[in-house]
Design a protein around this ligand. Structure first.
Ligand SMILES: NC(=O)c1ccc[n+]([C@@H]2O[C@H](COP(=O)([O-])OP(=O)(O)OC[C@H]3O[C@@H](n4cnc5c(N)ncnc54)[C@H](OP(=O)(O)O)[C@@H]3O)[C@@H](O)[C@H]2O)c1
Length: 163
């Protein structure tokens, strides 16, 4: 099993930040290209197993981007699309994606929003999804965000950016 979990996020103004492109490149490298490289690297080993599994960790923001993170959303949306194509190209390997809501982890540098769920709750939901063999495991409020983004995309974006 390969779990691609590591990621970074930069909160910045694309217009005002002199380092905007460097920050986008770093997010692209860690959040997208590292999982792509690791999948390629481990594929020969995974293919030797009858129950190989790749799990990519994503975010509900693939359904509705948050303005404060001009490139993080895009890097995870690209990972989302890559995960979908990987699943179609490699039917012999189980390929899952976890779409997380706000989770109280060191990610938030001690300032997790009130809406954050605990890491324990997130992990329990992920394990439940894996047991149910869900391919896209939408945790907590991401379930509702997914449906809303299909029915009323503009409202989904508005709600995400109000948080
Ligand atoms: N927390 C949330 O609210 C939230 C919401 C949606 C999605 N997610 C996703 O959940 C996943 C896990 O995030 P988290 O909340 O657990 O955040 P976290 O506590 O900040 O953990 C991120 C992990 O990524 C590792 N990492 C970052 N850059 C790396 C690099 N260049 N090379 C190797 N490792 C690197 C970090 O390692 P070091 O500690 O050694 O730097 C750390 O272990 C991420 O994919 C994130 O996008 C989180």
């Amino acid at each position: 099993m390969l779990i691609n979990n590591a990621a970074i996020v930069h909160r910045f103004s694309f217009a005002a930040d002199e380092q905007a492109v460097a920050k986008a490149a770093e997010e692209c490298s860690v959040n997208l290209l590292a999982p792509v490289r690791l999948c390629k690297l481990f594929l020969p080993l995974l293919k030797q197993n009858t129950d190989a599994h790749i799990i990519n960790i994503g975010t509900g923001l693939v359904y509705a981007p948050r303005a404060a993170y001009p490139f993080y959303n895009a890097s995870k949306a690209a990972l989302h699309a890559f995960t979908q194509t990987l699943r179609m190209q490699l039917p012999e390997i189980r390929v899952s994606e976890v779409l997380l809501p706000v989770v109280d982890t060191p990610w938030h540098r001690g300032q997790a929003p009130a809406s954050a769920i605990s890491a324990e709750k997130a992990v329990k939901a992920v394990l439940r999804g894996l047991r149910n063999e869900s391919r896209e495991i939408r945790v907590g409020k991401v379930k509702r965000l997914y449906i809303l983004s299909r029915l009323w995309p503009a409202l989904a974006v508005r709600i995400i950016n109000r948080l």
